[in-house]
Write a protein that binds this ligand. Sequence first.
Ligand code: AHR
Length: 519
Amino acid sequence: MLGPIIRSVSRAILVGSTMWSTWAFAEVSVTIHSEKPGATINKNIYGQFAEHLGRGIYEGIWVGPKSKIPNTRGFRNDVIGALKELKVPLIRWPGGCFADEYHWRNGIGPRKDRPVTVNASWGNVTDDNAFGTHEFFELAEMLGSDVYINGNLGTGTPQEMAEWLEYMTSPSQSTLANLRRKNGREEPWKVHFFAIGNESWGCGGNMTPEYYTHLYKHYATFLKTPEDNRPELIASGGYENLTEWTEALMKNVPQTWSLRMNGIGHHYYTLPRGNWEKKGVAIGFPEEEWLSTFANTIKIEDYIKSNVAIMDQHDPEKKVGFYVDEWGTWYDAAEGDNPAFLYQQNTLRDALLAGLNFNIFHKYADRVRMTNIAQMVNVLQAMILTDKEKMLLTPTYHVFKMYIPFQQATHLPADIAGNLNYTLGETSIPQVSVSAAKTTDGRTVLALINVHPNEAVDVAVKGTWKQGEGQLLTAEKMDSHNTFTNKNAVQPQPFKAVKRGDQLVAALPAKSMVVIELK
Ligand code: AHR
């Protein structure tokens, strides 16, 4: 705590001021450029991902109509109720790696007749296919979300993929459209996004970018849907710092009457130690890993920049989106858990990390028009954790809720003057992260994050702002988290910026974030 005191006192000597004005001085300031509005922050930046993986769908979302857990037609009421409040704009399904082994016909028709298959991607557990295409669309309808379906390139055929789209979107009297009707859905569904394969560099087939690019063109040619129901077609892109997937796709997939590519799906997971063998733990981590997790997560800005630079050369009009369709934290599996289920605790660290990512995505909103956090329930950086009939909301859930005003808002560039560094050993990152926007109903919102675990920071908001009110998220410890017996250890609380002289100051506690509306 000595740092800010020393800095403030020395400033008081410099300006020869009173003790009161020493504390009034905020050395970090933010200027919001309302006069230079940027791109729309597409609501789909707040998209989510639900895969057949561990307890992500079965138990987490779907318990079946006969379950003792209170449910509506098989969907658990507590989880659906909580997700409704998040205004989830988009859900990606059924994978992930699982998508390249999923055969859609297994998941339609009377549930008792559906085959039991093995989930070879995630622990070889059986899947009774009770959750299939109709259930997915019902989930999306309950939540008011758009849909993103990931097609099977790895073990499927162009025919199987094209027929899935026909089943979902055809208004005709074809046998497939009538099968959909027989299975309970008269009208075609709207499919907003459709991906051709997933992680084709790895679990999706271990392909090279060149080989995949040929396959993309082959498959995409046959994905025909009615004119008024054309999903955005998404190519499987690279990961982390890779740019060669973006390069190969942008160079070699022309946009013609019979071929299109509307987006490239890039993946980036944040590992505290940056090492897939020893990723780092979810709770009980040292301060070094608090910092290294944030230092690793903000690398995504460089990865976005380098990929976007390539896209700009080939597509200056920014027609093709750069979609981060998997992102979030990935920790070592907790002892006792099936490591294939990717279940992990979620702490204040995850919350601040989600905010840091949003603040970056907003800056590139003209190209990054969709992202999906991995994943929705019980898997990786989840919004919700369940244990049979019990449910809790994670710190990440609260951040998604705090950021709702940013959905479809106009990005307003914001500069930080005098930003401090948070340093430990050899690693150093900016202490404060900022993002501002004008909401669809004309309000100005500001998000501020203080990543320093021990030092508070005062941030002055420059301009004529008189008030700033909203919510603060912080907690006692770096790894504070919610449990089934203490569900509210980390939860937002009301927050007000204070007027000090002619400055509006947001006094950010150590390890905290705020989203406020400015007036
Ligand atoms: O989100 C878990 C897995 O991570 C996905 O199935 C895969 O695409 C990625 O490797």
